[in-house]
Design a protein around this ligand. Structure first.
Ligand code: NAD
Ligand code: SER
Length: 315
């Protein structure tokens, strides 16, 4: 059993991935780390404060816990990245290089997520292929594209077993998103359940690729468990589950809350969203390691509402 360390474990994805990995591998084999926290949901297992920009602290923890696998999730996301592009570049790139370097000797496997943000204005918007034009226009997208190239480079040059997925917008009920362009698709549920109307920062017909968190966690673990010879893409795999616009998700929510209302006040995130694909071709992930999503839009909406309502009742 490889002992695992998760960087950025208190974030939207990290919280859920930590819970699942501990369930599968045993609590003591999964060390959660973050700048902040621990958040309540992951406070039941090993936790260390870590600033991933502090290389020596990272190496000390790898040594102390005899870590062989790292899931590196810490990043500044698309919308937040535009507030301080220099810092977003520094955090997203420097941290990846630290982890990749550790892959040359001490680590056996690394997971690092990319994003649909690697695509840009000139990328085909429908059924975006695995290999296509990539001209991202956010610092986040540029850092993810550069990161993908570094991952492939470290695999080809040094044999580092690093694996990656280009997630679409992730939607879950256990944790809140941290500064992305797809965050509205989580926030909308919290408003609907509270009986409030929702002001959306994207236009009503802006369709983006999205994924329910359980599917994202499953894709991640399936990719990491797949035999190395099945992983033929060493930059990052396209993965997809559903696509919808704000108007489409609102109308699905109205099936549960007929009085729910939405209005639109697009801001700077509209331009980011318009540069991203609407739908993704993930046939290579499906063929190489058997990726398959379980949730579409109606299952997502029903699941989110059921769980969030339950949480409010118990609070
Ligand atoms: P998030 O912002 O919710 O969480 C990131 C976590 O990293 C936070 O808990 C934060 O405290 C931590 N962190 C920040 N700086 C740190 C540092 N210096 N050292 C240690 N920890 C630090 O992000 P997320 O949504 O959970 O995303 C996780 C990863 O998945 C990111 O790489 C992101 O680019 C990628 N991704 C996410 C989505 C999505 O929709 N959430 C989509 C595509 C890709
Ligand atoms: N959900 C992420 C964002 O909006 C995509 O990487 O930034």
């Amino acid at each position: 059993m490889n002992k695992i360390l998760i960087v950025g474990a208190c974030g939207q994805l990290g919280t859920e991935l930590t819970i699942k990995l501990r369930e599968l591998k045993g609590k003591d084999n999964v060390v959660a780390t973050d700048l902040r926290g621990p958040v309540d949901l992951i406070a039941d297992g090993p936790f260390e404060k870590l600033d991933i920009l502090d290389k020596s602290q990272f190496h000390e923890l790898i040594k102390k816990h005899e870590i062989k696998e790292v899931y590196h999730l810490a990043a500044v996301l698309s919308a937040k990245g535009e507030q301080d592009p220099q810092f977003a570049w520094r955090l997203n790139m420097e941290s990846l290089m630290t982890v990749l370097e550790a892959g040359k000797d001490v680590l056996k496997k690394i997971y690092w997520p990319s994003s649909i943000a690697v695509f840009g204005q000139s990328t085909p918007k429908q059924n975006t292929p695995q290999n296509t034009i990539m001209d991202p226009n956010t610092v986040y997208g540029i850092s993810k594209l550069a990161g993908e190239r570094w991952c492939e480079y470290y695999y080809m040059k040094y044999g580092v077993d690093v694996r990656s997925l280009r997630y679409p917008g992730l939607i879950g009920y256990k944790s809140l998103p941290g500064g992305g362009t797809t965050d509205y698709a989580v926030d909308i549920f919290h408003k609907a359940i509270a009986g409030d109307s929702f002001e959306c920062f994207l236009k009503e017909d802006t369709s983006l690729p999205m994924m329910y968190m359980d599917d994202a966690v499953k894709a991640t673990i399936d990719l990491m468990e797949a035999p190395s010879e099945n992983i033929k893409v060493r930059s990052s795999y396209n993965v997809s589950a559903m696509s919808f616009s704000p108007a489409e998700i609102a109308s699905e929510i109205q099936k549960f809350y007929p009085n729910f209302s939405i209005k639109y006040a697009p801001d700077f995130r509209q331009e980011i969203a318009e540069s991203w694909p609407s739908t993704i071709d993930d046939s290579i992930a499906r063929a190489d390691w058997g990726w398959k999503n379980a949730y579409g839009l109606s299952e997502l909406v029903e699941t989110m509402i059921t769980h969030l309502k339950r949480e409010i009742v118990f609070d």
